[in-house]
Write a protein that binds this ligand. Structure first.
Ligand code: MRU
Length: 342
């Protein structure tokens, strides 16, 4: 079993370095917020809920590192800490929800009291995500019928959530409820979260998994080998448009063409009701080397022009349902999503 991928150890944060998996299980100690920001940027920790949790602990670490006892000076420095996280990764809204909750947790006249409140809030954010992913998995398990083969993309398991998982949580819960289930995992270029992490987690959970390249998905759908698609999400707009790992949109279109249901599993912390549609979701553009190289080995001519958007947006009309801890939402999404987040 995987040891805890994110752990708060009174005054420092320990994370399992996801960039080294599955070859090496290396835990890194983070004792200042700069290193936490870097771990998020370098995707040593990744997955929308996990990013939010780690950012909250990172802000707590930043607060603990501020030396002044003067409340006003403290708040100026705390604001700089929070800004550093705001600029780390733009797409997953869990990060911004966590930062906002940490801002709201600033209570008390005394700096020591505020520091305690921030540590407590980070722990609550962490616990909240553990509970939410467990609940949404139990609720969503009904969509996975006995004998189903599910296709999933990227990684939406315990590593990505610091909990039970979202897409993988639903699949695991179906198995725990006694149903036969198997999975096709797309490799998920460029950073191979599917090949490296999803297969690793499913093999540990004893769920049969077949690894395919991203470009094989249509072939297997067309061969009637896939019963449904379940993915996680990084941000869901009020109308049900879903930002998730690049390649998700192509899978949704293929699924519709093949009349295969396409589900999204995500905690309510991933819903951004402030955006009326996915058009407003910022898409992270990452380092070209992630595309021109694989694990540091060049696979293209030196100097080739590269595009590397890390996410895409799937319009809501491709989405059969969104599974959250507060219920399974279907069209019209604006109504259902607004109700569950208010
Ligand atoms: O760039 P990543 O690996 O952080 O992207 C992660 C995804 O797109 C996941 O599918 C999403 O965060 C859901 S995690 C439960």
């Amino acid at each position: 079993m995987i040891a805890k991928a994110i752990e708060w150890l009174d005054g420092k944060l320990m994370i399992l370095d996801q960039s080294r998996l599955p070859w090496e299980q290396i835990f890194i100690d983070l004792d200042n917020h700069h290193d936490v920001v870097l771990a998020i940027k370098e995707m040593r920790v990744r997955g929308a809920p996990a990013i939010g949790i780690v950012a909250a602990y990172g802000i707590a670490l930043g607060a603990l590192g501020i030396k002044t006892a003067n409340r006003d000076d403290f708040l100026v420095q705390l604001n700089q800490v929070m800004q550093a996280f705001t600029a780390s990764r733009p797409t997953a809204v869990n990060l911004f929800q966590a930062i906002n909750r940490m801002k709201e947790a600033v209570r008390g006249d005394d700096v020591a009291e505020i520091k305690r409140a921030l540590v407590n809030e980070a722990k609550q954010i962490h616990q909240g995500e553990i509970t939410a992913t467990m609940q949404l998995s139990q609720l969503g398990a009904e969509i996975v019928k006995d004998g189903f083969t599910v296709l999933t993309h990227c990684n939406a398991g315990p590593l990505a959530t610091a909990g039970y998982g979202t897409a993988l949580g639903v699949i695991k819960a179906a198995k725990e409820q006694g149903r036969e289930v198997s999975v096709f995992a797309t490799e998920t270029r460029p950073l191979l979260q599917g090949a490296r992490l999803t297969t690793w987690e499913l093999m540990q959970a004893g769920i049969p998994v077949t690894l395919i390249t991203d470009s094989m998905a249509g072939y297997f759908m067309n061969q009637d080998k896939i019963d449904c698609v379940i993915v996680g999400a990084d941000r869901i707009a009020a109308n049900g448009d879903v930002a998730n790992k690049i390649g998700t949109y192509s899978l949704a279109v293929l699924a519709k063409e093949s009349e295969i249901p396409f589900y999204v599993a995500a905690p309510t912390s991933t819903i951004d009701i402030s955006l009326s549609s996915g058009a407003g979701i910022p898409i992270e553009e990452r380092n070209p080397e992630e595309v021109s190289h694989i694990q540091g080995v060049p696979i293209a001519p030196e100097g080739v022009r590269v595009a590397n958007p890390a996410f895409d947006v799937t319009p809501h009309h491709y989405v059969s349902a969104i599974v959250t801890e507060k219920g399974i939402v279907r069209e019209p999404y604006s109504e259902g999503l607004t109700k569950i987040v208010s």
